[in-house]
Design a protein around this ligand. Structure first.
Ligand code: GCW
Length: 679
């Protein structure tokens, strides 16, 4: 018995005879560039499992062949014009039907680099799985973002911070795992959706993880990097800013101290001896008890540049997180955590080295079910920027509740910052094009672990898949991505796929309905963050308050309050500033409003909250019913395990409904207009 599923790379034999014949005729012979064993075995494996087909090897010169090789290989160069090949970028590929001299036709799959070939092969495999015709095909794809990274919050003891799918697949009891099979399949899964970087360890770098950058661990890091390299993926490490002290035994980690600079330069040089294509470092500093440059009276730029300078000679990147804020006294109403990143970083624009990227969470707070887009995107024009998404569902149901996040991420990428007039989307900020920056991209916090299905909830695989696909091509719709994933992973039955896609697309709005709609956020149980606790964070030092009393709720972040809304460019700053023009789904993020405030459809705020929670529960029950209708299309194990998750989700939704509605009823004394039960 395999110990894990292969997700969307589990090839179920094709039962469409016509399609099978067509593919076999198109790929009677296969020519793969010598040395490209990985690429060759991927295509052979897929053909044999999907179609029980083993093509002849080598070039016949006639039609019915598939040629796979980089653009400098003669079978490729003979068949595709130099002009066309010249348009290939570093990671792109071309898949094309070409005419042969005898009037027949062949297929060519080519790229400038190995990495491009890997993406091309997996893209071809995806088409074969979905039964897409190769007749007349002419495809040239390039990834939208230069960096497409997955961040792991894995600790060396094997636990995962905010992990909901078992233990780390990299680390076990302070060592790198022995067998690398699963890591290899993980690399295949990631490469198959276009990922090109992986950060192996948690941004909270403690205990043994501090030593990953030393010779104690570098031989093991190399083993992992060797596997990922086969699939074009670079390895990165999270490091602790205080490493010179904690690891090097120096008295200080001050970025201006020459001995600190020297220490980092030596550490980095050693890493590159083991991993010549090492990607770089990810750093969480001056954030949630991780010290940073502020401890030495230095700026965030000083801190980042210190490490960037050590990495630069080797071509490494330094990814610096913008998740910097101070802890707060709940009595203090002036400080606003939402403001922190912009206040700290925007004055430093232009001060970061060219190989530094600022990694900014999608929202100004912390991965809530709904937040506005961070105003830092578009607030810094001379700094490389990355957006950080949370694939792991810390605040969105912890892979017990269904929550397909691609629509949320698309909204973020499509948000218009107006930094350079209309069309200045976050997408164009982080792909580097808007401000002409050399680096940019996306990071997603992984949702995988050692569970058989990798993601706890089988359907949460769609988020991992979707994150990759979106960072490759953000023009794909949420629906297209969901459809691809369902077809490749669950079933080829058209109606069943339609139903599944509808369920996925409904899931985020439904989750929002029964938790904290209108942008409120934060009413979760402290610590683990699952389930409701309306005042769980109200009197803490985390800066995450709603300040409900018996008249009103919410933080006034308008120009009359903390001023957060003024961190945006026009027209957003004006639109957000006024509750009447603020997008309703965010109205309680920006405003403090009385419970009797009238929303656009005429309902009061309190009635909206009641309705939303009652409806949310009904909709979760409907999702469960929909799942029940799919029994005959889904493998028994997946069916059973997903049903078990839906049962838990229904309970969770009921809990949210009853706790929140009761909380508001007791605060306000206002009954539900429809007379439903409040406790
Ligand atoms: O969302 C919060 C999490 C922390 C996490 C932190 C961060 C890794 O609750 O567990 O720490 O964000 O992003 O640094």
């Amino acid at each position: 018995m395999p110990r894990y599923a292969l997700c969307w790379l589990e090839y179920r034999p094709c039962d469409d005879r016509v399609y099978r014949e067509a593919v076999i005729n198109r790929i009677r012979t296969l020519w793969v560039q010598p040395g490209e064993d990985i690429v060759g075995s991927e295509i052979r494996d897929a053909l044999s499992r999907l179609f029980h087909h083993t093509p002849q090897e080598g070039s016949t010169g006639g039609g019915g062949a598939l040629y796979v090789g980089t653009s400098d290989q003669s079978p490729v160069a003979e068949r595709i014009s130099a002009a066309e090949l010249g348009k290939l970028g570093d990671e792109g590929f071309i898949l094309k039907e070409v005419g042969e001299r005898d009037g027949s036709s062949s297929l060519v799959l080519t790229a400038r680099t190995r990495r491009g070939l890997v993406y091309g092969v997996f893209s071809l495999v995806s088409m074969l799985q979905r039964g897409i015709s190769l007749d007349g095909i002419s495809l040239h794809e390039e990834p939208a973002f230069p960096l497409r990274i997955i961040d792991h919050w894995d600790n060396l003891d094997g636990t995962i911070e905010r992990g909901y799918a078992g233990k780390s697949i990299f680390f076990h009891r302070n060592k790198v795992v022995k067998g690398l099979h699963r890591i290899r399949d993980y690399a295949r899964l990631l490469a198959s959706v276009g990922i090109n970087g992986v950060v192996l360890n948690n941004v909270n770098v403690r205990n043994k993880a501090l030593r990953l950058i030393t010779e104690e661990y570098l031989p093991s890091v190399r083993r992992i990097a060797d596997v990922f390299r086969d699939y074009g993926i670079r390895v990165y490490l999270s490091v602790n800013f205080m490493s010179p002290v904690y690891v090097g035994g120096l008295p200080s980690a001050d970025p201006f101290d020459p001995s600190v600079k020297k220490w980092w330069a030596e550490v980095v040089a050693r890493i590159y001896e083991y991993v010549p294509d090492f990607g770089g470092f990810l750093v969480k500093a001056d954030s949630e008890f991780n010290p940073g440059p502020h401890s030495y009276g230095r700026s965030q730029a000083d801190g980042a540049n210190l490490l960037a300078e050590a990495l630069a000679p080797h071509g490494g990147l330094l990814i610096w997180r913008a998740f910097v804020y101070n802890i707060q006294d709940w009595r203090d109403r002036k400080t606003d955590r939402a403001r922190a990143a912009y206040d700290i970083f925007s004055p430093l624009d232009g001060r970061f080295a060219d190989n530094v990227l600022l990694q900014i969470k999608n929202g100004p707070m912390d991965f809530q079910v709904r937040e506005p887009v961070s105003p830092l995107f578009g607030g810094m024009e001379r700094t490389n920027q990355m957006v950080e998404f949370q694939i792991t569902q810390e605040y969105t149901g912890q892979q017990i509740d269904l929550c397909y996040l691609v629509p949320m991420w698309k909204e973020v990428l499509e948000f218009d910052t107006h930094a350079r007039g209309e069309g200045s989307t976050v997408r164009r900020v982080v792909d580097g094009s808007l401000f002409g920056r050399p680096h940019g991209g996306c990071a997603g916090v992984a949702n995988v672990g050692s569970d058989y299905n990798w993601t706890g909830h089988w359907l949460a695989q769609a988020n991992l898949y979707g994150y990759g696909r979106l960072t490759w091509n953000p023009d794909l719709s949420s629906e297209e991505i969901a459809r691809e994933w369902c077809l490749r992973t669950l079933t080829r039955d058209g109606e069943a796929v339609d139903r599944l896609v509808d369920m996925l697309l409904a899931s985020w709005p439904v989750y929002e309905k029964y938790t904290t709609p209108l942008g409120l956020g934060w009413m979760v149980n402290p610590g683990h963050h699952y389930g409701p606790s309306p005042e769980g964070y109200e009197y803490s030092f985390w800066g995450t308050y709603h300040r409900a009393d018996n008249h009103a709720i919410g933080v006034d972040r308008s120009s009359r309050g903390t001023g957060f809304a003024t961190q945006y460019r026009s027209p957003w700053r004006e639109l957000y500033d006024d509750p009447a023009t603020c997008p309703e789904e965010l109205v309680l993020f920006f405003h403090r409003l009385p419970y009797t405030y009238t929303l656009k459809d005429g309902r009061t705020l309190i009635q909206y909250y009641y309705d939303s929670h009652f409806e949310g529960v009904e909709e979760v029950k409907r999702l469960r019913e929909e799942w029940l209708k799919l029994r005959k299309h889904i493998s028994p194990r997946v069916f059973r395990e997903v049903l078990e998750r839906f049962d838990r989700q229904v309970k969770n939704a009921v809990e949210w409904r009853d706790v929140l509605n009761t909380y508001f009823y007791r605060k306000t004394g206002i009954p539900d207009e429809k007379g439903r039960t409040l406790y």
